[in-house]
Design a binder for this molecule. Structure first.
Ligand code: ZN
Ligand code: ZN
Length: 234
């Protein structure tokens, strides 16, 4: 078996668990795994950012100032949790995953993703952040959808992104940011969403604007709670 990230063969250290097939074979070598910065320890209760790399003066108790601001405006998201810090290594991995069509790479995150879901998202249903039709067609796949599919919870394409993203290059950065977060409900899945705890899945959480916008639509359509889960925290 080769590492999904660097394609070098993985040296498997066999133990009793492997002998009895309790462990899945690893999909990432230890050299690559060591470059992933897992988010552990004290985190913001809302956005899940690690406080270890975050200046003390930008937090109040267990919440960062960004999230306090979201909450003042009525946050649609109960919490976000992310697996890793968005460091240069992960940025590179995700660029391959997203833009070069290396869809296999998503398997790299599967085990830790499933463990996180067990810990923090019990009984949830999953909704991937959609790409616009045009972008989906260009790329051939939606990375958020691939991630959603491997979590092992029921998932629904409950959101649509109707904006034609190509036209956005002519807009100002501010306009683009606003338009990038326009979603509509896929009415087909309204009954699945109603009274459910929903977890939005995306590859990256940065400002929270995308998941907040998506969360609002889902709450407007009857979701009981909306949380989000991303591979990386920028
Ligand atoms: Zn590797
Ligand atoms: Zn926060």
């Amino acid at each position: 078996m080769n590492c999904l990230s660097c394609h070098e063969p993985i040296q498997i250290k066999f133990g009793w668990n492997d002998l009895f097939y309790l462990n899945d074979p690893s999909s990432i070598c230890s050299a690559c795994s060591d470059q992933l910065e897992r988010i552990e320890g004290e985190i913001c209760r809302m956005c899940g950012r690690s406080f270890s790399i975050f200046p003390e003066q930008y937090r109040q108790d267990d919440c960062c100032f960004d999230c306090l601001e979201w909450e003042q405006h009525g946050s649609s998201i109960t919490k976000n949790r992310s697996l890793y810090q968005y460091n240069p290594f992960l940025k590179e991995v995700m660029a391959r995953f997203k833009y070069r069509g290396d869809a296999e790479l998503v398997k790299l995150f599967q085990k830790e993703l499933q463990a996180l879901v067990k810990r923090a998202f019990k009984g949830t249903i999953v909704v991937p952040i959609p790409l616009s039709k045009e972008r989906h067609y260009e790329r051939g796949f939606n990375q958020a959808e691939l991630v959603a599919g491997m979590i092992g919870c029921p998932y629904y394409h409950a959101l649509k992104r109707p904006v034609h993203e190509e036209k956005q290059s002519k807009k100002s950065k501010r306009e683009r940011l606003e338009h990038a977060t326009v979603f509509t409900m896929n009415e087909e899945f309204r009954s699945a969403i109603a009274n459910s705890d929903v977890t939005i899945v995306d590859d990256l959480y940065t400002t929270g604007a995308t998941v907040q916008a998506a969360g609002k639509i889902l709450l407007d359509h009857g979701a009981r709670t909306v949380s989000s889960l991303t591979i990386a925290r920028g």
